[in-house]
Design a protein. Structure first.
Length: 277
């Protein structure tokens, strides 16, 4: 494509033009001067696609064929419906309260003994494991809810912001950040959950630049694809895992662990300021 045709195409599509300008070398260098700061950019608000969500989208694009049949998602069913399309025959949401009609399974995933197992072809657990105190128990139940051969698509945050007063995402339950995971830690949890290396595939996404940018609330549109795609295992941002439940999976229920949290009045999630509250 010639330069003239590319410019003409960008002029006809304003969002593409804005994205191109954001990545222009001179402008990117000037805008990077804002990174010398002690508070997040944009007041912590959402002005584009968060870097972790860009990585998760790349992972789901690869594994979208596994999102089919009767599926389950944390909170709502938006993501499974987006990626599963007409391959889905039924979609349920799981959450700690029945805050919407989509929540067909009311449960704390780490204490989901009352939920019948072997029900779902695919379970999508996104941006949740780090706010569950007993993450190993939650992983056990996530696998238990799958049919034999079913697929768990789950991510684990390696770096994240904190909720010093707790956060209520309009569900009536308070969230706290309990974990920032390492790949070794996730491998260990998976194997303690009765899985072998043949039962799952683990991918790490991120690098030093992406890690710093995410903490500053820089959106993915402000980095080049090469900057986002470069993987440095020494500076992971997000761990993504595809688990296929073995036909003969058997694992003892983990010993439940309780966690202390402070007694505070939680902040209600703001759509304007996001989670930086």
């Amino acid at each position: 494509m010639t330069t003239a045709r590319r410019i003409f195409g960008l002029l006809r599509h304003p969002p593409a033009l804005v994205a191109a300008l954001r990545r222009a070398p001179v402008l990117r260098t000037l805008r990077a001067l804002r990174w010398r700061r002690t508070t997040p950019l944009y007041g912590g608000g959402n002005v584009g696609t968060a870097i972790v969500r860009w990585y998760w989208g790349e992972f789901l694009a690869i594994h979208r064929a596994h999102i089919h049949g009767h599926v389950l998602e944390i909170g709502d069913t938006h993501t499974v419906r987006h990626w599963g399309g007409d391959r889905i025959t039924g979609a349920d949401a799981l959450d700690v309260t029945a805050h919407s009609p989509e929540v067909a399974v009311v449960a704390d995933l780490s204490r989901a003994d009352h939920v019948p197992g072997e029900r779902y072809d695919c379970f999508l657990v996104q941006f949740t494991m780090h706010v569950i105190a007993d993450a190993e128990a939650a992983l056990f139940h996530a696998v238990r809810l799958l049919k034999p051969g079913g697929t768990l698509l789950v991510n684990f945050s390696c770096v994240d912001y904190q909720f010093p007063r707790g956060l209520d995402m309009a569900t009536g339950a308070t969230l706290w950040v309990h974990w920032c995971f390492t790949p070794l830690q996730v491998h260990d949890m998976l194997r303690r959950t009765g899985l072998s290396g043949e039962d799952y595939k683990l991918e790490t996404y991120g690098n030093l630049l992406a890690r710093v940018a995410y903490q500053l609330n820089v959106q993915s549109e402000e980095l080049t694809r090469a900057e986002l795609e470069y993987r440095d295992e020494g500076h992971p941002v997000l761990i993504c895992v595809r688990v296929q439940r073995p036909a003969q999976w058997s694992a003892p229920r983990p010993t439940y662990r309780e966690s202390w949290t402070p007694a505070t009045q939680p902040v209600i999630l703001s759509q304007r300021t996001g989670v930086y509250v």
